[in-house]
Design a protein around this ligand. Structure first.
Ligand SMILES: [Zn+2]
Ligand SMILES: [Zn+2]
Length: 239
């Protein structure tokens, strides 16, 4: 019954704002006030998504942060939509652990809108994969669920098979940065030749240290990808 209702809601797009529950007209998921109050990143480092690089009134899209100037990351650019702050942090938790795929769809569409105006040169969209045992227990990959509406909206091919996670990595949150790096090294593999010569956009929900995305990017580059951009929903951390 609940599933049926969700399907009906999806089909006719009726219901209430996903944030404040205010009744909505057709074809909206958030009301205009809630859409405007989301914690958008105003300007950020194009190398890592870190906010606050540009001085107010002096927006320079090409200005890398100090960390990226010293030690460039492997991505060709990073496009991040939100700060990892409320209510986005809660939405991401619900999307990840409570099967809120309606949120993934809505947030993916907001990402597509942002990317449409900022990134142009991509052949293929690839979500960061989960290890198959984690995929089995969760039932879905939230990065893939974000990537689906983006690919559809931007009319780009979506590939969620070529890049795989070969090692089940421990939860990163309690590890030191060196232990994290070791934990994630060689965690990915490319299993076919579909990335050769392709400009790829890698999609993920949250960027904290960026080590996971860096490992996936290095694997894609070694497998022959020409370039890898990173498209992330929210930027956490200050590193
Ligand atoms: Zn609202
Ligand atoms: Zn940076």
């Amino acid at each position: 019954m609940v599933d049926n209702w969700l399907n009906i809601r999806q089909f006719f797009k009726i219901g209430s704002c996903l944030s404040c529950r205010q009744p909505l007209t057709l074809f909206e998921d958030f009301c205009p006030a809630c859409t405007d109050s989301l914690p958008y990143l105003q300007s950020h480092c194009p190398g890592c998504g870190k906010s606050g690089v540009n001085r107010p009134g002096h927006v320079n899209e090409d200005l890398l942060c100090g960390r990226c100037q010293q030690k460039p990351r492997p991505f060709s650019s990073v496009h991040a939509l939100f700060h990892y702050q409320q209510p986005i942090a809660t939405y991401i938790q619900q999307m990840k652990y409570r099967r809120r795929l309606d949120l993934a769809r809505t947030l993916g569409l907001l990402m597509a809108k942002h990317i449409k105006s900022s990134s142009k040169d991509v052949d293929l969209i690839i979500p960061i994969p989960l290890h198959r045992s984690r995929l089995r227990s969760r039932g879905y990959n939230q990065a893939l669920e974000l990537a689906r509406p983006i690919a559809k909206n931007l009319a780009l091919p979506l590939n969620y098979k070529s890049l795989v996670r070969t090692r089940k990595t421990k939860s990163q949150t309690k590890l030191s940065i060196d232990a994290r790096r070791k934990n994630i090294r060689d965690a990915f593999a490319v299993i076919d030749n579909k990335v050769v010569g392709k400009k790829i956009a890698l999609v993920d929900d949250v960027f904290t240290t960026g080590l996971t995305a860096e490992a996936a990017t290095q694997t894609l580059r070694k497998a022959g990808a020409t370039s890898v951009e990173l498209w992330i929903l929210a930027r956490a951390g200050t590193g």
